[in-house]
Design a binder for this molecule. Structure first.
Ligand SMILES: O=P(O)(O)OP(=O)(O)OP(=O)(O)OC[C@H]1O[C@@H](n2cnc3c(O)ncnc32)[C@H](O)[C@@H]1O
Ligand SMILES: [Mg+2]
Length: 215
């Protein structure tokens, strides 16, 4: 009998969804999207840190849906901008800003700035309906390019230049990005101790709900 634990992917970002699905493929987990359930309220991401917001998203989703959930809170931290846009990365150019508007604002803020060092950071929270959670982190250093380049990825990828690769994140394949990205590194931490994660989920799951059974 195959055992597969159900995990709800608590994100509304299509780019993240694709990357996390690819990076967790091959692991004994049935990953559900928020769309697989009825409408649920959006979490207010008003935490001061990636940790706070990741936990808020994961624990809210797990509590409301009754399944363990995994959430990603991530963003771009730019040295010369005192860590901005940071936790405001998704709405840097305003509440309803899209990627193009955020990228345009970033370039504007960086006009004439010599120190272009930046890092993508990611915190993953895996939470149970009871509120207990595991936390994983990943980081990737790079520099802000002078102009966008590349068609892949999402968000700030066209402006995030990775010196080791000689390319922006948007010029990498999803697989190449996953090998070095903040998200890829955080998920590698999860993958490295996947047995522990499964045991932990099992321990915090009521007996009758423990596994989806196949075969
Ligand atoms: O909260 P969810 O529903 O997961 O989706 P979101 O897009 O709002 O996600 P965040 O609140 O974590 O905000 C992260 C923002 O940081 C940027 N970002 C994060 N990871 C990125 C990546 O791998 N490549 C490019 N930009 C990224 C991008 O602008 C995201 O919208
Ligand atoms: Mg968000």
């Amino acid at each position: 009998m195959d055992k597969s634990v159900i995990l709800v992917l608590a994100t509304r970002n299509k780019g993240k969804t694709e990357e996390i699905r690819a990076l967790l493929s091959g692991f004994p987990v049935t990953l559900k999207n928020l769309d697989d359930f009825g409408p649920i309220a959006e979490v207010v991401e008003d935490g001061d840190t990636f940790d706070d917001n990741a936990y808020k998203k994961a624990s809210f989703t797990a509590r409301v849906l009754g399944f363990p959930a995994i959430a990603d809170d991530s963003g771009l931290v730019v040295e010369a901008l005192n860590g901005e846009p940071g936790v405001y990365s998704a709405r840097y150019a305003g509440e309803d800003a899209d990627d193009a508007a955020n990228n345009a604002k970033l370039l504007e803020q960086m006009a004439g700035v010599e120190d272009r060092r930046a890092a993508f950071q990611c915190v993953l929270s895996i939470a149970m309906p009871t509120g207990q959670a595991l936390t994983y982190e990943g980081r990737c250093d790079g520099v802000i390019a002078q102009a966008p380049s590349g068609e892949g990825g999402f968000g700030y990828d066209p402006l995030f230049y990775c010196p080791d690769k000689g390319k922006t994140f948007a010029e990498l394949t999803m697989e190449e990005k996953g090998e070095i990205s903040h998200r890829g590194r955080a998920l590698k931490e999860v993958a490295d101790e996947f047995d522990k994660v499964l045991t932990w989920i099992d321990m915090h799951t009521p007996m009758q709900e423990r596994f989806e059974c196949k075969g």
